[in-house]
Write a protein that binds this ligand. Structure first.
Ligand code: RAM
Length: 551
């Protein structure tokens, strides 16, 4: 999914590549090798498990200033006569599935006491959160496709009819509006079902904490991960239905402590490798259908390619599956090769060089964030992870230059340390942010003690740039845990993810700013994904560190 700024970047890079003479393509990995990886991905396609939900509960969506985005669902009751009476007077009815689900919706319409002499046109709107049913979609103001919004119009010519909405849906609420029918005819919806699907199986062991909010956060995290687990670890079942490396890493961390679907993890690692670019670097996102293929854009989200190495390393440490890790090691080795070309003479990340190479710097969905310090930290973190992977596989000789590179980059990073302020600054304007401190801590540029100090300073600085998404928030929490700020980390999880729970979240969201319910990377909140992979990690923290989170 790309914002306006990123699209501009893509355009600029495309123009550049059209005007330069293309070099003769040399494929870093052979086609045979890539097919072999894709074959392994295919062999690890997981089984999907299905649950059928029959909508029976009716609710009202009412305006309420205190509720998330100004609306809430109230008055749950059995929808009397829903399936047995004529549907005629029921336009606008809202049904509640009782929880968030991902799957397919089918309904049946039949004649009721009279013959229909005209087609019937129904509109179904599926919503993850109540406001999606009340904020008008049109005129559409979002910067990504309007078609992601889940309103579907169906025209029924012949009765009886059983109809399946072709697209996969992700929702809790469903509104049905009658857009047209004959004034003489009566008809009834005699059946409806939502067949939910996931590749997650079983449930993790119960928690030992009696903290109600943490238990609730754990439940919602689990649900979020479950919904995002399809035939790949998807980023969001409403949007964008695809595999992104950054999301994958966090999902796999969470999955280690929940469903442990190793085949799914393996499939994702292989599919990404099999779809790498001709130069061997990984595409940051890929689609599975109709056949696995990458989203081809002339920009590279290089930090995601690097995070692949952390993902593969984590997979190996968790599963001890050396065969898969050795198989994919050449991919990991390739990913770090670009790093030196992006540094200045002191080993510091140079954003200009990154721009020239068409690299997209993300770190977080936060427009105002300066990313230099964060990228520096991410690169060092990835190098450390790659080296650990190499050591575990006995391949450290192949990356013998890495320790020296890490040392040089850590030294370079200290150029961004502002002694007076006692924090890392980023970019020409010397910006102070949560992101910069977090990534410098995770890169171990500073030790535990100093890490704790810089984090505490940034948390106390009201002007510091805060995270805009749970993706960055995950890393903030990890940095807190790593520097011995366990209790503060627990509090932060309860505030941030607990804030979503208190605002009614059934699943955790793509973006969340406690002070702005309408934050959207796409300029329109209803298009946001409200069940988003990178938001599922509280379950990982709660279960990986029980001494902090369950006591
Ligand atoms: C969001 C996607 C995905 C993420 C990218 C960078 O739009 O949904 O989660 O990895 O941004």
């Amino acid at each position: 999914m790309y914002t306006k700024t990123i699209l501009k970047q893509i355009l600029a890079v495309s123009v550049l590549s059209i005007t330069t003479i293309p070099a003769i393509a040399q494929h870093y990995f052979s086609d045979a090798q890539k097919s072999e990886w894709l074959k392994k991905a295919q062999e690890n396609t997981p089984e999907l498990f299905y649950t059928t939900i029959k909508p029976e509960i009716q609710v009202d969506i009412v305006a309420d200033k205190q509720s998330f985005q100004g609306y809430k669902a109230v008055n749950p009751r059995k929808a009397e006569g829903l399936y047995s009476e004529s549907f005629k007077g029921k336009s606008g009815i809202v049904l509640d599935l009782g929880d968030h689900y991902t799957g397919y919706f089918t309904f049946r319409v039949e004649e009721f006491q009279s013959d229909s002499d005209a087609p019937i046109r129904l509109k179904f709107t599926f919503a993850e959160v109540p406001a999606e049913l009340r904020i008008p979609f049109d005129p559409y103001k979002g910067t990504i496709s309007r078609a992601w919004l889940q309103d579907e119009v169906v025209t029924i010519e012949q009765l009886p009819a059983t109809i399946k909405i072709p697209r996969r849906l992700s929702c809790r609420y469903l509104q049905i509006d009658i857009l047209g029918d004959s004034q003489y005819a009566q008809y009834r919806i005699s059946d409806m079902k939502f067949v939910a699907q996931t590749s997650a199986k079983g449930s993790p062991a119960p928690l030992s904490t009696s903290d109600k909010l943490l238990r609730e956060i754990d439940k919602v995290s689990q649900k979020t991960l479950r919904e995002c687990m399809q035939t790949v670890f998807e980023d969001g079942p409403k949007r964008d239905h695809r595999l992104w490396i950054g999301d994958l890493y966090l999902q796999m961390l969470a999955d280690n402590y929940t469903f442990q679907n190793r085949a799914l993890a393996k499939r994702c690692l292989y599919i990404l490798a099999g779809l790498c670019k001709d130069d061997g670097y990984l595409n940051h996102t890929i689609f599975e259908t109709p056949v696995p293929h990458p989203q081809v854009v002339p920009i590279l989200l290089y930090e995601y390619a690097l995070i692949y190495n952390a993902t593969l390393n984590d997979y190996l440490q968790e599963t001890h599956d050396t065969q898969t890790a050795s198989d994919l090691w050449p991919v990991a080795k390739r990913q770090i090769e670009k790093i030196p070309s992006l540094l200045d003479k002191d080993g510091l990340f140079d954003p200009e060089k990154a721009n020239k190479q068409g690299l997209w710097q993300l770190v977080d969905w936060q427009e105002s964030l300066d990313r230099q310090a964060s990228e520096q930290g991410i690169y060092i973190f990835a190098l450390e992870q790659t080296y650990q992977l190499a050591k575990t596989l006995g391949k450290e000789k192949e990356v013998a230059h890495v320790p020296a590179l890490i040392k040089q980059m850590k030294k370079g990073a200290m150029k961004l340390y502002d002694k007076q302020k006692g924090v890392f600054v980023s970019g020409k304007d010397r910006q102070v942010s949560y992101a910069s401190q977090t990534w410098m801590v995770l890169a171990k540029v500073v030790g535990k003690e100093q890490g704790r100090e810089i984090l505490s300073r940034v948390f106390a600085d009201a002007k510091a740039v805060k995270p805009g998404s749970p993706y960055l928030y995950h890393y903030v929490i990890q940095a807190m845990v790593d520097t011995g700020m366990g209790q503060e980390a627990k509090k932060a999880v309860k505030n941030y993810w607990g804030g979503m729970v208190q605002k009614g979240a059934d699943t955790f969201w793509e973006v969340y700013d406690p002070d702005n319910d309408f934050i959207s990377p796409y300029q329109f909140a209803p298009i946001n994904s409200y069940c988003h992979a990178w938001s599922c990690t509280p379950i990982y923290f709660i279960r990986k560190y029980p001494e902090i989170f369950q006591k």
